[in-house]
Ligand binder design. Sequence first.
Ligand SMILES: [Zn+2]
Length: 378
Amino acid sequence: MRTRFLCLLLAGCLSFLTSQAQVHPDSLMPVRGFCIGSPKPDRIDEFVRFVETELAPRKVNTLIVRIDFNYQYKSHPELRDSVALSKRDLKKLVRACRKNGIRLIPQINLLGHQSWASKTTNLLRVYPQFDETPHVKMPEKYVWPNEDGLYCKSYCPLHPEVHKVVFELVDEICEVCETDAFHAGMDEVFYLGDDKCPRCSGRDKAELFAGEVRTIRDHLARDGRKLWIWGDRLIDGKETGIGMWEASMNNTHRAVDLIPKDVMICDWHYERPDQTPVHFAMKGLKVMTCPWRKPKNAVAQAQDMVRFRNTATKVMKDRFHGMIQTVWSDAGTFLDEFYGRKPAPADGNSPTACFKALYDEIGRLSGQPGAPAGQSGH
Ligand SMILES: [Zn+2]
């Protein structure tokens, strides 16, 4: 009798422990994201399959796709890439995401990232009058660092005609993606409030940055959409020692107190798992941590996110909003590595390895380890 009682007690304890260990992924962290450059048209089907067979089983619920000019815009055909996704292509992705409960968020880089290396990208190539620094000529061979401090060009946020053009792109891509959120990039904006800009010179850079965030946010809000941005311009790079890439050395960081509280912050840290989510949460902003290619950091960042949620005040808990794996190539390049057609780096640091490690860890933390095992196509 006594043995039977003990057995029952033990069984009861075990089932209690097991049920305690299982956490619903949404309460573990509301956003489990993946961010990547959009595929070229000839890779869209393969990418849709990847969404269905790799993202969905890992319970990814947010997919940020950097589209920029890789879409056949009807509002501005002059801004399309020469080879660009059609409406039919994008709708395949929209359907796959909807079927799998994934929120699709398109990205077009606004403000910064209007050039890359020695190439001006479509907006400033077609509308050079929007350039914040027209006096900075694009080099034939790009090197960093350089005398002009040229990383990427920016558009002038105070140019009276720039928003009409970019918002027509934003509205069109949001409509085709059937989405309630838009990612405007806004990372690494080094050219802002330039001394030679007739509109911006002498102005407070934090106010210029915050003003542009608010303009975009207010435009989206009219259609019930939310703005997502990268977080680096809102961190003081000097005071924190985080520096000029993952934080701001051009005095934009005070914008953290000036932007609307419903702007979603994607806080990327690729070199060290810096605990900046606390900074954003304490400012009243929802924040998601973004790793890239170091699996060890991604695992630490996922654990930090869960710890922040478990130890925060009730008011702040939900601001610790999740994790987003970021991939800085287009989808095709990533898929080649993911499916073993291109060798992964020997040191084990790569977006594919980081993605797997992050989602293994999220699975482990929610008490459902190994869910997608055997489905990775290896
Ligand atoms: Zn300007």
